[in-house]
Design a protein around this ligand. Structure first.
Ligand SMILES: [Fe+2]
Length: 482
């Protein structure tokens, strides 16, 4: 049944008669084991992790794969995990020993006979080939459980192209997606009921609504793009607990086991922390061509982190490692970057400290000194439901050279992808480091890594695909050979 859902959503089955992965295997039991919510992500220079969900546990999740249409290899795992309140199991299979920058065809256990998909492996560090990636933050479920064309502020126009659909339409232009926190907005279920957008349930019944929103999001993402492009993710506050820190008379104390402390997020993904010395999906890094990418966690695990118990955001979440672990990892990771191979460093964290709205000062205190010490080139944020292109900034001051070989990181905030809560407004007058602010349009960022010295960012309006802001950073990297 789940595969049928994916088919209806635009499933890209490829190949003709090649066999699936043991889809006749006796362990396959119809809708109980049918794959849904399919996605995959880079896992080291020669690895890929393929993930999908099933209604029942799989004893041995498996992926058959191969070059071209030959599915002549198979990878297994024993990772089929769930949590209280979940209606599914998350299955994860790590495939290693792949050829870099190479397209593979694959199928997953119990898929329909011809449900074959494709992924392309990572571009090796130092490879100067230009490429594009898609950057989003704050993207929620679309339709009757989330952002729709009725009954809420900043509702979509009837037939309006959503950010998910825009990513689908542009997918041939980019090589991977990076979702920097706040996925699905399942924790808006209580607010949606209080607003009369969804029918009222009980607190216990709310857990089922939460899971329905999560499942809808991951299936929508699969139907549009995550079955076809690698999907890298990081943590945001909406992953923390069941009700966004509380709503009205309710606090996060109503959250039942399974809907606290980033549980769904931890189950659903296997980001490449094992390959980069990081921690789960919270902090990790990977190389791709001329760029070293770093995901940081602005929610927990540093001094004054907002989602910690008693923190400013009251999410009662984390920490996930001993004091200092994340910051020490970040220092080591930054120090180990071979700038001759990957001259660019791009970091993404969910909560911004430079933005024309409430800022995360504790995040700035924790992370900015390292960004400056190690020459981070670009810092990406979300959380605020608008778009702001800022200057290159150091210690609250715009770099006098702007984007013309600045010594400070270039900051961009884009949390305008769209979800039930709609858009928000930036504060005016804007700060002296704000170059462009847009709070009326849903959209995503398209980054193009041209070469060793130039990276461009375009803000794409999801509704019509137009570029409504664009800028290019020039950096004269030492040792740049390309
Ligand atoms: Fe957020």
């Amino acid at each position: 049944m789940a595969s049928q859902v994916l088919l209806m959503l635009g499933l890209a089955a490829v190949g003709q008669a090649a066999k699936g992965v043991k889809n006749n295997d006796p362990v396959c039991r119809g809708s109980e084991t049918a794959p849904e919510q399919l996605h995959f992500n880079y896992a080291g220079d020669r690895g890929m992790t393929v993930s999908w969900n099933t209604a029942s546990k799989l004893q041995s999740p498996a992926v058959r794969y191969g070059r071209g249409s030959q599915l002549d290899k198979i990878a297994y795992s024993d990772v089929s995990v769930t949590y209280p309140t979940s209606t599914t199991y998350s299955n994860h299979v790590f495939i290693d020993g792949l050829e870099p920058d190479t397209e593979y065809t694959f199928s997953v256990l119990c898929a329909e006979e011809n449900d074959h998909y494709r992924f392309k492996t990572s571009l090796p560090a130092g490879n100067p080939r230009p490429y594009t990636f898609a950057y989003i933050a704050d993207l929620g479920t679309m339709g009757s459980l989330g952002l729709s064309d009725y009954g809420q502020s900043d509702a979509l126009s009837p037939g309006e192209i959503t950010t998910m659909q825009s990513l689908r339409d542009f997918k041939d232009e980019f090589e991977f997606m990076w979702h920097n926190g706040d996925l699905a907005y399942a924790d808006d279920w209580l607010k949606e009921e209080q607003d009369g957008f969804l029918p009222n349930t009980t607190i216990e019944g709310g857990a089922a609504v939460y899971e329905a929103i999560l499942n809808a999001f991951y299936n929508e993402m699969a139907g549009n793009v995550t079955m076809e492009r690698p999907y890298m993710v990081g943590p945001g506050n909406h992953e923390a607990n069941c009700d966004d820190g509380g709503s009205g008379d309710y606090t996060e104390s109503i959250c039942v086991q399974g809907q606290t402390n980033f549980t769904g997020f931890r189950n659903h993904f296997r980001m490449p922390s094992a390959q980069s010395g990081g921690l789960e999906n919270f902090w990790y890094s990977w190389d791709y061509g001329l760029v070293h990418y770093i995901q940081i966690n602005t929610e927990t695990d540093f001094l004054g982190a907002p989602d910690l118990p008693g923190g400013s955001a009251d999410e009662n979440a984390g920490p996930f490692a001993p004091n200092g672990t994340q910051i020490e990892w970040l220092r080591k990771d930054l120090a180990s970057v071979d700038r001759k191979k990957t001259p660019w460093i791009i970091v993404a964290g969910h909560r911004p400290w430079y933005v024309d709205d409430a800022q995360c000062d504790t995040c700035q205190a924790a992370f900015e000194p390292l960004f400056l010490e190690y020459g981070v080139d670009i810092a990406l944020f979300g959380h605020k439901h608008f778009y702001e292109r800022l200057s290159a900034i150091a210690n609250n001051n715009p770099d006098p050279r702007g984007l013309d070989n600045p010594s400070a990181p270039w900051y961009i905030v884009n949390g305008a992808a769209g979800h039930y809560e709609g858009l928000s407004s930036y504060d005016t007058p804007v700060a002296n480091y704000t170059v462009k602010a847009i709070d009326t349009v849903y959209g995503w960022s398209r980054f193009t890594v041209h070469n060793c010295t130039h990276i461009s960012q375009d803000f794409i309006a999801s509704g019509n695909g137009s570029v409504i802001d664009s800028a290019t950073l020039y950096k004269k990297h030492d040792g740049c050979k390309f």
